[in-house]
Design a protein around this ligand. Structure first.
Ligand code: FE2
Length: 244
């Protein structure tokens, strides 16, 4: 049988720098929209929790834009002239949306009890529209941008960009991101990512990641991670009750 190197190359999946963080962001966005939707404006504690969740989402979206601008857009532009132009403009629009949403969060926080539920509804709608715009934008990046990156760079070169990006993230932001990313990934993606982290992190730091995985994953998924990594299963028979 003749050898078809091209067909072989097509069958090998390429490194997708966007998919894992975008799965995390989608889950994070949907969860936050739902939280805003079910918040009781007269429950002061619940309201503060929801508003701080919105603030965290906006902070991570801002940071995500920064990561893409610094670590991916130069690669895109070097690979193909103007390849990052549409996303540059979209990111500028997202930065303006984030500023408007922050102002809405402040308005909810400062509103009188009578105004609060209508203000929450305004925030809910505005956040939903922001999510809708981001869904379209992420799809563009995962299709059009990936096509350029895959045509112009090897996976090893893309992995270098990935590692430089990851190294720029503070441990606190990394933990917060993994809290949303780990449950959002398919088992093989989760295991692939954790294996890569294990190879690149000090053992003590990786122990912390495993503890986080245990906290945010179902018992079944956490066991699959340990098994996939070749680690002994040490599942508690009963989970400790959550405090606070
Ligand atoms: Fe983006």
């Amino acid at each position: 049988m003749p050898h078809h190197p091209h067909a072989e190359a097509q069958a090998t999946p390429r490194l997708d720098l966007y998919a894992p963080i975008h799965k995390a962001l989608r889950a994070w966005m949907f969860d936050t929209v739902m939280r805003v939707g079910r918040t009781d404006g007269l429950d002061a504690e619940g309201l503060q929790q929801t508003l701080s969740r919105v603030a965290s989402l906006l902070a991570v979206c801002e940071s995500h834009i920064h990561h893409e601008q610094v670590f991916l857009h130069p690669l895109l532009e070097q690979g193909r002239h103007n390849a990052a132009q549409a996303a540059d403009q979209a990111h500028a629009g997202h930065a303006r949306d984030i500023a408007r949403l922050r102002s809405l969060v402040s308005q909810v926080r400062e509103s009188s009890p009578a105004e609060r539920d209508p203000m929450l509804m305004t925030l809910y709608r505005a956040l939903s529209v922001f999510v809708a715009e981001n869904l379209t934008h992420m799809h563009w990046e995962e299709t059009v941008h990936n096509e350029t990156l895959w045509a112009c760079y090897t996976d090893a070169q893309l992995m270098q960009a990935h590692d430089a990006l990851v190294q720029s993230i503070t441990p606190q932001e990394m933990a917060e991101t993994l809290r949303h990313m780990l449950p959002a990934l398919a088992p093989c993606e989760r295991l692939g990512m954790l294996s890569d982290m294990r190879a690149k992190m000090p053992p003590g730091a990786f122990e912390g990641i495993l503890a986080l995985a245990h906290e945010v994953l179902s018992v079944h998924d956490a066991a699959a991670v340990l098994q996939g990594l070749g680690l002994p299963l040490h599942l508690p028979a009963v989970r400790a009750p959550a405090h606070g």
